[in-house]
Structures are given as C-alpha cells and as structure tokens.
Design a protein around this ligand. Structure first.
Ligand code: MG
Ligand code: ZN
Length: 380
C-alpha cells in the first residue's frame, strides 16, 4: 500500500518542484556567506545590532519581499535565542534589553536592574571601565528601553528623565538617537543636560540645526551626540535617513579613537513599532533599513578584521505569518495581534569569536558570550 502511494505521489512532488522554480524569479538563490577572517578569540571590537521586534518571519518576509536576498544571508554563523523575562514568557524590550546588556533576568519594564530592582552593570559600562570606546545608535529615543538597558538603571522604563540623566553621565563616546526633549526641556527639573554634556566635552548636534548627521564634521578630540528627534525619530517611510550612515560613522569614529577596541550597540528600533501597528509595509521598510545597516557594518568589519558583529532581536512583535498565495515581492501576510510574542529569535554572527554564537541559548547567555569573545575579564 505504502509503495503504491509513494509511486503515485513522488512524480507529483517532482513535477511540482520543477514547475515552482521559475516562479521564484531572479533573486539570489545561492547563499553568499562571507568567510570569517579568523576564528580566534578575542575580538578587539564588538558591534551588537538589535532589531527590536524582529522575529524569524520578519526576516523571511524581508528576504522574499526583496526578491529573495538580504544581507542577513552573508553571516557564516547562526543560532537561536530564548527571550522570556523573569516574570513572563513574553518579554518586553526592557527585560530583554537588560538580559542582553547585563546578563540577568528581570521583570518586564525593568531597565538595567535585576528581579529585585538592584542595578546591574552592563557590558557597555564594563567596556568603559576597560577603557574601550563605546557607542549607541538607535532609531528610537535614546531614553527608550533598549538603549536605556545599556546605559541606565531604573526600576521602570517609563522613568525617562532619570534615564536621560544617566545617559548624560554615562560617558558613552558616540550617541545617536531621538529624545532631545528629555535632555533639554525637562518636566522634573530645570536642568539642561545637553548643555551639561557640552560642558563635559561632548560635541552636541541635533536635527533642528538642519544639518544631517552624515554632513556633520565630527571633532575627533571630543565625545559626540546627535539628537535626531524630540522624541521618537521619523519612520523610514516618512523620511528618516540616518541609521546606515550614522552606524558606519560611529564605527569609524570609535575605531579611530581607540587603542583598546570598542563596544557599539545599533538598534533598528522601529521594526517593533510596525508590528505593534500590524502594518506590514512599516515592518518591511524598517527591516530593509536595518539590512542596509548590516551591509555597512559587515563592510566595516570585513575591512577591519578584528570586529565581531552580532545581529539579533529582543523579541518578536505581532505574530507575523507569511500566507499561502505569497509571491516574491508580493507577500501576503497577517499578524495575530499588535503585541509581542514569545518565540525564539535568530542570532547571526560574523568575525573573531563568532563560532560561539550557535545552538540554542538564553538571552542572558548572549551577555556572557559577548564578554568571552572580547576576553573582557582579561583586559587590563
Ligand atoms: Mg527598542
Ligand atoms: Zn514593542
């Protein structure tokens, strides 16, 4: 019976495969991963790239929507990461950001603190202690949960003015993102943190000057901050244009100013907002902007040869699905709701130490893997 069944079905399967191929179009079907420069620890520099709300389906849809290729396919090493928080299988960006930045599980809404609300040092802060350069480039406000997890310690992510104060005191060398009003028009006090940062040796620039960040002449003797918006920056669709360029500028700035290497976090913050809005076009435009940033960062890392690049997400947003009837560049999709989901997220790695970012691991392990790759404990 089984033999008969198979002999009937097999030719159908083969026929089906044969006929579906041409419909795949002319997109790149071969994976062109770039070979790792060397597999030896330690890496001198680390660039962590976080796609907020970027699950595997967002990436898959992005690849098909882009005629079957995105720069994600260049990574030689991939893994999977669990994202649950201390108190919830479905995390928020604060708890997952804290897990990646500080290596501890915390409750949803906690920023840079453990489950009891006690501050925990982040990898960025440890990098600074080791006299590495540090940088943050995001497409949200700088006080938002993901970047805040690396620079601040607050019991609630909603404490944005206290977070801004911590950022102003953090000593981070290269800062790009929105949230200007939390620094210079504060409701809780009269302080002007932008001015205070200037006094502390920052070159302070912003979107009001009409000078795009890519046109700013950076003073290499100073730290650098560029506020891209009063709160959250524009979406890619409505004209935001800085993430790939600012990321490249940041990496080059940090490299040229550092003997001891650097740690940089780049966030594609608004992939998540597209998911919350259950707006597929929004998700795709943000994902492609993030992919263009990956392209720039990989180019930098390939030339540099001492930089480990990690790309991952804090969680998935929207429960996105690719539906039957989809075609290349014409994806039929649906979201289950405009909230986060609890699925594992992919991890992509390139560069020295990348081989340890494979398999299934917890988001708190990402912190330990990054520190091991940088041999952080053995630095000075
Ligand atoms: Mg975020
Ligand atoms: Zn979200």
């Amino acid at each position: 019976m089984r033999v008969v069944f198979l002999t009937l079905i097999f030719p159908l399967i083969l026929l089906n495969c044969g006929s579906s191929r041409p419909a795949m179009g002319s997109g790149e079907t071969v994976v062109h991963s770039i070979p790792n420069p060397n597999q030896k620890n330690p890496a001198k520099n680390l660039i962590l790239m976080i796609g907020d709300g970027m699950g595997l389906t967002q990436i898959t849809a992005g690849i098909y929507d882009n005629n079957n290729f995105l720069n994600f396919e260049k990574f030689p090493v991939t893994g999977l990461m669990k994202t649950h928080s201390y108190d919830n299988l479905v995390t928020d960006s604060a708890a997952s950001g804290t897990a990646m930045a500080c290596g501890v599980k915390t409750y949803n809404n906690g920023v840079g603190v453990d489950k009891d609300g006690i501050p925990v040092k982040s990898i960025l802060e440890e990098a600074e202690e080791k006299e590495m350069m540090t940088g943050i480039v995001v497409t949200s406000a700088l006080v938002n949960a993901t970047p805040a997890s690396f620079m601040a310690h607050q019991k609630l992510r909603a404490f944005m003015e206290p977070i801004a104060e911590e950022i102003a005191n953090s000593g981070v060398d290269f800062l790009v993102g929105g949230g200007k009003k939390y620094f210079d028009r504060r409701a809780s006090d009269e302080r002007n943190l932008s001015k205070e940062m200037e006094d502390k040796g920052y070159q302070v620039e912003d979107f009001i000057s009409n000078q795009r960040i890519q046109d700013v002449k950076i003073n290499h003797g100073k730290k650098f901050v560029y506020f891209t918006a009063d709160d959250d920056p524009l979406t890619k669709i409505t004209g935001r244009d800085y993430l790939p360029q600012a990321s490249k500028m940041g990496a080059e700035f940090l490299k040229s100013n550092s003997e001891n290497g650097f740690f940089m976090m780049i966030e594609g913050s608004q992939i998540d907002l597209g998911g919350h809005a259950t707006n597929f076009k929004y998700v795709m435009s943000e994902l492609k902007d993030f992919d263009e940033t990956i392209k720039q960062v990989l180019k930098f890392a390939e030339e540099d040869g001492e930089t480990l690049v990690i790309v991952t997400a804090d969680h998935e947003t929207g429960g996105l699905a690719i539906k039957e009837g989809s075609k290349l560049k014409k994806i039929k999709s649906d979201f289950i709701y405009g909230r986060h989901t609890g699925t594992m997220v992919p991890v992509f790695a390139y560069g020295p130490g990348s081989e340890n970012f494979t398999g299934i691991f917890d988001n708190t392990e990402l912190y330990r893997k990054m520190k091991a790759a940088l041999a952080m404990d053995n630095r000075n």
